[in-house]
Structure formats: C-alpha cells, structure tokens
Design a protein around this ligand. Structure first.
Ligand SMILES: [Zn+2]
Length: 345
C-alpha cells in the first residue's frame, strides 16, 4: 500500500505551504512548482512569502498542456535543478504533469489541487495526452496533499459538479470489481472497495446540500482524496474506475476530447452502467441533477451516435479490465436501446 504521509484541508492553508513541507521533511530546502499561468498569477506572491519564512528556495515552471511532450521537455530542466521535492498546483493537468515528472526523476510529490473535479488529486495515477493508452498510468502516490478550501471554492462551480460525477462513478466501479472477483477469481480488496464506495455514498446522501456552502466543498474534496487513497491501498485503479470510466475514455477517443469534463462523462457512464446492473439508476440521475452535473448526452454536446459508438468500443479501451461490458455483448441496436432506457439520450 502506498499512502500520503500528510494531508491538510482548510481555509487559506495555501499560506502555510512552507510549514507543511518542512513538517513532512525538515531537510527540504528546494522545491520545483508546476502550475498553469492563471493559478501562478493568483497565488505566487502568497506562496513565495510562505517559502521565504521556511527558507525554501523555489523554481516555478508554467506548463501549457498535459502531454508526454511537455513532460519530457521540462523534466530535463527540472532534473538539472536537483530539487528536493516536486509540487503540482492546479485543477488536474499540473498535478498530473508534476506527478509524472516526480516519478520519472525519483522525487517525492506534493499535490495542491485548486479545484475538486476528479480523484487524481491523491491517487497514484496520471493521465496524459499523447499516450497510446487511453487510460491512466501508475506512478507514485503523492507524499502530501494540501487542499485550500477557500481557493477551491473560487473555482468555477462546474468543476465541483464534475468531481461529484467522478465520485458517483465508484458505485459501478466497485460493482465491476465484484463481478471480476465472482466471474474471474480476480483479487478483490474489500477495504479499498468499501472506502471507494463510501466516497460515492456521501455524495448520494448529501447531494442537496453540497453546492450550498464551503462545507459542501470540503465534503467533496475529502471524498475525492479518500477515493484516491482507496486506489493507493488497492495498488490499482480498480476501486475507482470501471465500465463507467471505460465509456468516458471511449467518448474522449472518438470525439478527440471535445466532450465535457472527465467527471461529467463518468456521471453519464454511471447512469448507463447502473441501468445495466439493474440498480436504481433514477436515483443516480436525481443526485447528478442535484449537484448540477449533466444527465443527458447533449448537455455536453454529445450526439446519440457518439454515445452508441462509445458503448460499442468502451471495453476495447482496456480489454483486460473485466467489467459488465465484458459479459454484455452490445450491438448498435441494443446499445441504442440501453442509452435510451437509461434516459441519457
Ligand atoms: Zn475518474
């Protein structure tokens, strides 16, 4: 099991970043920070002051995208700086790029999310553009996670809704894992499965309150961190990613990424897969509506054809990951009927 050593969640904790790092290891004296430009403009002054107090030298890299090309380009420069640790600050891409670079130059990584849009914040997985694998790659679990609720609350609300979609996806991900255990004798980690399901259940049970105030933001970010930790405990993305994620990867593949946010697609996938499992998919629709996440394909500009096509190729995205789609042989007609009956199209 790989677990984070320190997690700090709270208002304005970003100004305590220096202390947070020296608490993890008091020999850390130099860091490399990776972020996007907007985030940098917003918080650089604040962070620099905190580093000054803790006597930590810092180098800032502004990344433009989250591709393998970007990773290999800035990795060389970063390695020459010989930092003690790598920090990724941002919505998802900077965290992924930072996590990947830290892994490839064998440094520890601290994750500092500025939005609560997916569970990559704390998991040992990254997804980068330009990979021939549409799904994520396993790296190391972040050693620390610092989540500033005030900062995350200022992100566009759509990102928060997307985070809820990614969390609700754990319901079908865990079902798929149970199915793989029962049909294929696959290893099943009861504890990590339970933890992942718990992070979905809290969204299911509190969906009406989540968008009302900062307590809701805190709940969502804590659930996302827990889900990522569940993947760290399992040593695989199994508890967090099943057929609903394969459907999302397929949508990305056929639309070349023009298909809404990760958690929005996962939410739609969860509606369809829960229908396939005979679960109460209407309740999942109601919860997604409560958190203002899309429940219809056209809300994220997807056509009926995109949905049907994605259902047909979803399992091919990762044939070795046994899911409900492995045993449900869909053709064009039955895929259409499934999406229609789940009210996604
Ligand atoms: Zn996800």
């Amino acid at each position: 099991m790989e677990l984070p050593r320190k997690i700090l969640v709270g208002d304005n904790v970003i100004s305590e970043l220096g202390n947070f790092i020296t608490d993890i290891n008091n020999r850390i004296s130099s860091v490399v920070i990776i972020s996007g430009e907007t985030v940098r403009n917003k918080i650089e002054d604040n962070i620099k002051k905190s580093f000054e107090k803790s006597h930590i030298s810092n180098y800032w890299f502004t990344r433009k995208d989250a591709s393998f090309e970007t990773v290999s380009r800035i990795k060389i420069e970063i390695e020459e700086l010989k930092p003690d640790i790598i920090l990724g600050i941002g919505g998802g891409k900077s965290v992924d790029v930072g996590k990947m670079i830290a892994y490839s130059i064998r440094k520890s990584f601290i994750s500092i999310p500025t939005s609560a849009s997916h569970d990559g914040i704390s998991s040992p997985f990254v997804s980068l553009k330009g990979s021939n694998k549409p799904h994520s790659i396993k790296v190391n679990t972040p050693i620390g996670i610092l989540a500033d609720i005030k900062l995350i609350s200022e992100a566009p609300p759509r990102l928060l809704s997307s985070g809820c979609g990614d969390l609700i996806g754990k319901l079908t991900a865990v079902k798929d894992w149970e199915l793989a255990r029962d049909d294929n004798n696959e290893y099943f980690g009861a504890y990590s499965a339970y933890l992942a399901k718990l992070s979905a259940d809290i969204i299911m049970n509190k969906s009406k309150e989540l968008l009302l105030n900062e307590y809701g933001v805190r709940t969502i970010i804590e659930a996302l961190i827990s889900a990522g930790v569940a993947a760290g405990i399992a040593g695989s993305s199994r508890p967090c990613s099943g057929s609903e994620h394969l459907f999302s990867h397929a949508l990305e593949y056929i639309t070349d990424g023009n298909c809404g946010l990760h958690g929005e697609r996962v939410g739609l996938g969860t509606i369809i897969m829960s229908k396939l499992y005979g679960m109460d998919f209407e309740r999942i629709i109601a919860v997604l509506e409560n958190v203002k996440a899309p429940v219809k394909a056209n809300q994220i500009n997807l056509t009926e054809k995109d949905v049907v096509q994605s259902l047909l190729i979803a399992q091919d995205m990762r044939p070795e990951r046994y899911t409900i789609l492995s045993k449900t042989k869909l053709d064009k007609k039955s895929a259409y009927e499934l999406a229609k009956s789940a009210k996604v199209i």
